[in-house]
Design a protein around this ligand. Structure first.
Ligand code: NDP
Length: 248
């Protein structure tokens, strides 16, 4: 039931990687947290338990962000359980890397549907309530691939560039309603998503990272924690790179 006195945050893709770290960080920051994931119930149960240990009420559901009706059901369930959502973080995302000449249509559509349309579905289902209450904040996850492009990632880069345009447009639409929107563009962060890279590729990228190491999900969560907080109250419509100086 609503009324814990803690504000609520809603995170897509919260069972693993960056989304998981965001859920735990926001729980530590004093939020109740709703999060969705696609299928990994065991991972989600662990995250829910850890977040609850920080005193948060947790609403976790398997939801495919490519399905608008599932997302709407998740958002309304979260609002009923936790009360109005204050912070929205869209982290659900996938990669299906291939050179364009070998790209399967299915891989193009899966990446665009999950990353870009999934972000749209989550924001579409939450934004009106934020604007009506004249407060709240949205953080989307883009990528340096969406800013600079990356070989074998035309699908992923297009989805992440789309998220940048989407977030800037959203910031312009809802700023007058007291709602901020920003996007985080990470470089290489140690998660299951980047585990699949070959040692050769990892070393090639690592040589270009000014700080000489990959980032951690917790470092992304620290930035998200700042962006959803009142300390970032004059910050909107920005693409914030978090890449250890990979691109300077
Ligand atoms: P992970 O692969 O570690 O985790 C992905 C999360 O998204 C999981 O919780 C997964 O749920 C969920 N998910 C995937 N597809 C769907 C779907 N259709 N519906 C609902 N949930 C879904 O990814 P990362 O943590 O590495 O990435 C998080 C975000 O950050 C992504 O948007 C990614 O593009 C972006 N990013 C990551 C970088 C990195 O280096 N890791 C760099 C730049 C950007 P389940 O486990 O159930 O499948």
């Amino acid at each position: 039931m609503p009324g814990s006195g803690r504000p609520a945050a809603l995170v897509s893709g919260g069972s693993r990687g960056i989304g998981r770290a965001v859920v735990l960080r926001l729980a530590q920051d004093g939020f109740d947290v709703a999060f969705c994931f696609r299928s990994d119930q065991t991972a989600a149960d662990h995250v829910a338990k850890e977040a609850a240990e920080h005193g948060a009420r947790v609403y976790a559901r398997p939801v495919d962000v490519t399905d608008a009706a599932q997302v709407r059901g998740f958002v309304s369930g979260a609002e009923q359980e936790l009360g109005p959502v204050h912070a929205v973080v869209t982290s659900a995302g996938i990669v299906r890397d291939k050179p364009l000449a070998l790209m399967a249509d299915e891989d193009w559509h899966a990446v665009l549907d999950t990353n870009l349309t999934g972000t749209y579905h989550v924001c579409r289902a939450t934004i009106y309530a934020l604007m009506r209450r004249r407060q709240g904040t949205v953080v989307t996850l883009s990528s340096i691939a969406g800013v600079y492009g990356n070989s074998t990632q035309t699908n992923y880069a297009a989805s992440k560039a789309g998220i940048i345009g989407f977030t800037k447009a959203l910031a312009k639409e809802c700023g007058r309603y007291g709602v901020r929107a920003n996007t985080v563009a990470p470089g290489l962060i140690e998660t299951d998503m980047t585990d699949a890279l070959s040692d050769q590729v990892r070393e090639r990228i690592l040589r270009q990272v000014t700080l000489g190491r990959f980032g951690t999900p917790e470092e992304v969560a620290d930035l998200v924690s700042f962006l959803v907080s009142d300390r970032a109250r004059y910050l909107s419509g920005q693409v914030i790179g978090l890449d250890g100086g990979l691109v300077i």
